[in-house]
Design a protein around this ligand. Structure first.
Ligand code: ADP
Ligand code: NA
Length: 324
């Protein structure tokens, strides 16, 4: 079986964008691939985090992985920091990385722009991400647009290691899901829906209560006019909402459009909110069960053991080749 690795940062509340764009694909991939899904807590601390909040968020993200349908007996679900080989290989790969390569990373440029002091972790983090991927000799990496450049660097580092120390690392490929669902912000369809947006009205969090979901959808930006028509160029806001509707209901965009023909935005938004509430209800029930039973700790232990069995072996061989 080919190996898949992906991670989500515990840097905020997971959103409907994370669910549609990442978690739903993870759930499918676990049946056909050997999967490693981790909470990348070591990445989150590249910007300051409050310790108690980091701990709570990390457990919450792990529980959401499972609540969304990832089976911890199939896929490894774990915390990056619980498998110390990631950090050690991260250092080894940092020594193979050029300053110029890191300086070219647009995410670093974006995140550091205008800041008075920028942590070195933010700068070298792509080498740690390369370690996360290469340590499992992963074949396929589900990545968003914003991570493609980091995956390119990972491939370069794998090739560099292989040419210096002998063929060893698998060169990973990006995995672009067939339904290229990119969910945009509720307040501005030119930006992706993101948990790091400071305005909570811009996203639906997976743990939002039904009333909060209804309020956020009723306040979501719409375009001028009143027809519910899928036209991303001229009606970006409504088209985004229709995309969400289609994803959570399982209808096609055409079916959504037909259903609201002759009706205005009001009726459409009202039912969209109910569709989202219904889609998230079972996930939230499973989440509450996992959190209240404390099962998340056993799940993370099982995942870390499974991941470490592979990761530790890779690290040992890398160190041997590098002269340790
Ligand atoms: P965020 O921007 O919410 O912090 P991350 O950068 O941590 O999200 O991304 C985690 C995963 O979720 C990635 O696989 C990413 O492609 C996916 N993802 C995040 N936001 C969206 C979105 N708005 N639409 C579709 N997929 C998304
Ligand atoms: Na992010």
């Amino acid at each position: 079986m080919k190996r898949v690795l992906s991670g989500i940062q515990p840097s905020g509340q997971l959103t409907l964008g994370n669910y549609i764009g990442a978690l739903q694909n993870f759930v499918k991939l676990q049946h056909t691939h050997e999967c490693y899904f981790m909470v990348v807590d070591l990445h989150a601390i590249t910007v300051p985090q409050e310790p108690a909040a980091l701990r709570e968020q990390s457990e919450s993200v792990a529980a959401l992985f499972v609540a969304a349908g990832i089976d911890p007996d199939k896929a490894a679900v774990y915390m990056q920091s619980h498998v110390p080989s990631h950090a050690e290989l991260g250092w080894l790969l940092t020594t193979l990385t050029y300053m110029g390569e890191l300086e070219r990373m647009t995410q670093f440029k974006d995140k550091s722009e205008g800041k008075e002091s920028v942590g070195a972790g933010l700068f070298v983090y792509p080498a740690l991400m390369a370690a996360d991927i290469l340590i499992y000799n992963s074949d396929l990496i589900p990545v968003g647009e914003d991570q493609k450049q980091h995956l390119e660097l990972t491939r370069d580092l794998a090739q560099r290691f292989n040419s210096r120390y002998g063929d060893f690392f698998t060169i990973p490929e990006p995995y672009i899901p067939k339904v290229g669902a990119r969910i945009m912000s509720l307040d501005d369809a030119s930006k992706k829906m993101s948990k790091s947006n400071p305005n909570p009205g811009s996203y639906i969090a997976l743990l939002d209560s039904p009333d909060v979901i209804r309020k956020k959808i009723s306040r979501a930006t719409t375009d001028s006019g009143r027809e519910v028509v899928y036209d991303p160029a001229n009606k970006p806001e409504v088209s985004n909402l229709m995309g969400i509707y289609a994803q959570v209901s399982g209808l096609s965009l055409q079916e959504v459009q037909d259903r609201y023909e002759g009706q205005g935005y009001g009726a459409f938004k009202k039912e969209l909110a109910e569709q989202i509430v219904a889609a998230l209800e079972p996930l939230q029930a499973r989440y509450n069960e996992i959190r209240s039973s404390g099962a998340v700790h056993d799940i993370l232990k099982q995942g870390a053991d499974k991941a470490a069995a592979v990761a530790d072996r890779t690290l040992a061989e890398v160190k041997r080749r590098m002269g340790f």
